[in-house]
Write a protein that binds this ligand. Structure first.
Ligand code: AOF
Ligand code: ZN
Length: 375
């Protein structure tokens, strides 16, 4: 059967439920579900919250039951293929089948290899009519974008890395260090683009910078959206010799949310002081550190750093997505480059897949945001 007139609207609503609860879903994917009668009356809805265990489908079924509504012959709109396995919860495909659902409209398949296609097959084998949005449709794309970090990390065993930078028109990060009069930050982009960066932080499990940026800018690297989240944003510094100052913003505000990544030869004395000041420390290689983050249940990592860290992640092909903000000002050839190894942000921009372009007002002009995947 083809798509019905209300299908896109209800699936879109399910996607909104998923997106609104995204900060509560990690390390699981963000998922939303809407149950309706065949004639389009809403019976129940829900989204996945990791701490509440119930998957979105179960939350929606429970809501319908609590309201005394029968779901016999109902349609389920789900943003992710219902699961077919028992993890912390039982399989949602089975729950939908036993509940008597007649039709299931799905935005995208589950990227988890243990589920991928099996949930859909289970539903179809039970006689449920299943529709799946085509991957290139707007809803299909939106659903996959929402869980790009989960999809990557469940297959690769490390967090999905988004590298963000705010750049001048000539692709520089900051004015030449010698020209800086104070340690006050030099803002390239305007308020609207900076608010968007806060949304990026809000959508991330962790944020990473290098010791160079800590010493130069004394950043706090917090999620200042004011929106609630399941876990605090884990703030990470690549600090091989453990040089993070005890009076830095990061240390002053550390509360189980600050991790320093050091090499094995970092001074013990520094470690003791930083531990006492509330930092956590992991010693190991880059690859070991990323694996450690994965075992902590972190699925998405946002890099907001200087040329050394940008260059390292790009060189090692450990950056998966790029988010570049271009302001209208120019900084000149002496300014701080985007990446230490001479990588041009303009050349990288040409290689992005699924690129997007968005503008943000800035004074009388605008900042431009370019996003895209690096593989
Ligand atoms: C769904 N609906 O709302 C979510 C799903 O350990 P568990 O039981 O929580 O299972 C986690 C897996 O279930 C996760 O890896 C992903 O494949 C799927 N997530 N599935 O049907 C949901 N969050
Ligand atoms: Zn499930």
């Amino acid at each position: 059967m083809p798509w019905l007139p209300d299908d896109e609207r209800f699936l879109h609503h399910a996607l909104t439920l998923a997106a609104d609860a995204a900060a509560f879903a990690s390390p699981n994917p963000a998922v939303g579900c809407v149950l309706t009668t065949a004639s389009g009356q809403v019976l129940g809805e829900g989204a996945h919250h990791y701490d509440q265990r119930d998957h979105a489908e179960i939350a929606a079924l429970k809501q319908a039951a609590a309201l005394g509504r029968s779901v016999q012959g109902a349609t389920a709109y789900v943003t992710l293929e219902p699961c077919s396995i028992t993890g912390r919860t039982g399989p949602c495909a089975d729950a939908l089948i036993s509940a008597g659902i007649a039709r299931c409209v799905i935005a995208t398949a589950d990227p988890n290899p243990a589920v991928h296609g099996n949930g859909i097959a289970k539903l179809r084998a039970a006689g449920i009519e299943v529709e799946v949005a085509t991957p290139t449709s707007p809803l299909g794309q939106q659903a996959r974008r929402l869980n790009d970090a989960f999809a990557f990390s469940i297959v690769h065993g490390r967090p999905f890395v988004t590298l963000k930078a705010a750049l001048s028109t000539d692709g520089k990060l900051a004015p030449p260090p010698a020209s800086r009069m104070s340690t006050a930050p030099h803002w390239l982009t305007g308020e609207a683009a900076r608010a968007d960066v806060q949304q990026l932080r809000h959508a991330s499990d962790a944020i990473l910078t290098g010791i160079g940026t800590v010493l130069a800018d004394n950043p706090s690297l917090t999620d200042r959206t004011g929106l609630p989240r399941r876990r605090p944003l884990l703030r990470i510094v690549l600090d091989s010799q453990l040089r993070t100052p005890l009076d830095s913003q990061l240390i002053r505000t550390a509360s189980d949310d600050l991790l320093l990544l050091a090499s094995h030869d970092a001074p013990q004395a520094n470690e003791q002081q930083l531990l006492a000041a509330g930092a956590q420390i992991f010693r190991g290689t880059f690859a070991e550190a990323l694996q450690h983050l994965h075992t902590l249940g972190l699925r998405s990592l946002l890099i907001e750093a200087g040329p050394t860290v940008n260059g390292a992640f790009l060189n090692l092909q450990l950056a998966d997505k790029l988010v570049l903000y271009f302001a209208e000002s120019e900084l000149g050839p002496q300014a701080v480059p985007f990446a230490a190894n001479g990588l041009s942000p303009f050349a990288l921009q040409e290689t992005l897949t699924s690129p997007t372009r968005t503008t943000f007002p800035h004074g009388n002009g605008e900042d431009i945001r370019i996003t895209g995947y690096l593989h």
